[in-house]
Ligand binder design. Structure first.
Ligand code: FE2
Ligand code: FE2
Length: 190
């Protein structure tokens, strides 16, 4: 171990790091000091992927089906969210691949792998409410996962943090729409 500027030894010698990287090249991005359980992480991310795909489907369906007075702004919002959920799904799938897994896009069993449900909602207000519920479930679920990944897998954690901040925005958007279209929020905050 070499001494760093502050007198503390480096965590790992650079030479040793390079050697280990060369020796386990087939492991892709998973290097020996990865402290997460790779199989477990992949399984968790498969459920996040399913959650995101269900969100893409729900928002896309809602964007098409939204009708009635003042629905145009809501449609645009649903469309924007569908696009962002699609980006989340892609990022999660890329991370699964990076970890050596095969992202599961199989429509069979999709709903049961997903944390949030596919609920269509019969009218505009119901759609908004169902999306708000789904976003809140995603937020809670992702917060838990962020705590789980902690320092064991900082890359996955940072990705989930960035996705979570979007989901919080989505929840807030749906909450604002619900207030605008229904007058009062029907879900308590916090
Ligand atoms: Fe998302
Ligand atoms: Fe979302």
């Amino acid at each position: 171990m070499k001494a760093a500027r502050n007198g503390q030894p480096f965590l790992s010698d650079v030479e040793e790091l390079r050697e280990r990287a060369r020796a386990s090249i087939q492991d892709g991005a998973i290097t020996p000091n990865y402290q997460g359980d790779v199989a477990q992480t992949i399984e968790i991310l498969q459920s996040v992927l399913a959650t995101e795909i269900v969100c893409v489907l729900r928002y896309t369906m809602n964007a098409v089906a939204a009708t009635g007075i003042s629905s145009e702004g809501v449609k645009a919002e649903f469309d924007e969210h569908a696009k962002e959920e699609q980006e989340h799904a892609r990022r999660v799938a890329e991370r699964i691949n990076q970890l050596g897994g095969k992202p599961n896009f199989n429509p069979e069993g999709l709903a049961s792998r997903s944390a949030s449900q596919y609920v269509e909602g019969g009218n505009l207000v119901e759609m908004i409410r169902e999306n708000l519920i789904a976003e809140r479930i995603a937020c809670e679920h992702y917060r838990e996962l962020i705590r789980y990944f902690g320092d064991k897998d900082p890359t996955t954690r940072v990705m989930m943090e960035s996705i979570l901040s979007k989901e919080e925005e989505h929840a807030n958007d749906m909450h604002d729409l619900l207030v605008a279209h229904e007058g009062t929020p029907s879900l308590k905050q916090g």
